[in-house]
Design a protein around this ligand. Sequence first.
Ligand code: GAL
Length: 332
Amino acid sequence: MNLLKRGLLGLLLATFSIIIAAEPAMIYPGELWKDNRGEHIQAHGGGIIRVNGTYYWFGEDRTKGLDRSRRYVSCYSSRDLVHWTFRNQVIKLADPEGFGPKWVLERPKVFYNARTRQYVMYMHIDGPAPGESSGYKLARVGVAVSRTVDGDYRYLKSFRPLDHESRDIGQFIDDDGTPYLIFEDRPFGFRIATLSADYLSVAKEVCLIPLHLEGGAIVHYKGLYYAIGSGLTGWRPNPNKYATAKSLAGPWSEFKDIAPPETNTYNSQSTMLLKVTGKKGTTVIYMGDIWKPQTQWDSRYLWMPVEIGDGKLKLPAPKPFRLDLKSGLATF
Ligand code: GAL
């Protein structure tokens, strides 16, 4: 009898610890976020793609003490979106086209092209105009490729998409797999465009939203597209805004604040909307950067599930959350 009791107790304890272990780990918006090496993740202005059930997070690597003449992009992998393994500095690029010492590489975004079996990275390439010493005057996109998701990406070229100026870029992959580049065209506004079959160039404009928004991101949720973006205030945060449309080509609704404007989007700037669908539902995560312009390596990430539906999108006040990838639900 005693033995039986002990056995039952043991079983109960084992089940209990499995339940505890199975509970997803927490994401702490705005806190230091350490990788498997114990180092703060360097994936600023980033983007995420999912390949065979693994998430890959790419972004600007602004680690203190890196060679100042080079620009770096790092890649991390995760199966739960919480624990990230550093994979590789996939870009460690010296000025590839004689842009000058102040050249800029920002907001890398990676697409996988199943036809060519190539990973294609888009990035914002910029720098001062020839003869000037500072500024974002080149306004181009750069393209680099790799055979493997976390390989050393080979820089191919830079250009102005569809002959337009392009500063902040964003990526959107629709539910049918169609890839889109979002880019900020300073004279005209927020553009959404398709890529060529090999993804190496920008093919066709889908829409121009005549508003000056950067940090552009889009998600498709229950039959509506939601686009978000920030105002043009550089590293300083501002009230980010959203609009909706039934088709990417528009018409787009009026843009509204995603959070109370006095919070300046809780001091963050949008970089991506990540959609996680599970058996019970879908969670859309706002991925934002909390920039620290003087100590860029310490810039933080504000990830937070948004309240979304029926044409409304709201970024709630940040608080720690768990994301259950199986159910697709977030809990607080
Ligand atoms: C922001 C932009 C960042 C970076 C910064 C430079 O507006 O989103 O990616 O370019 O300006 O001031």
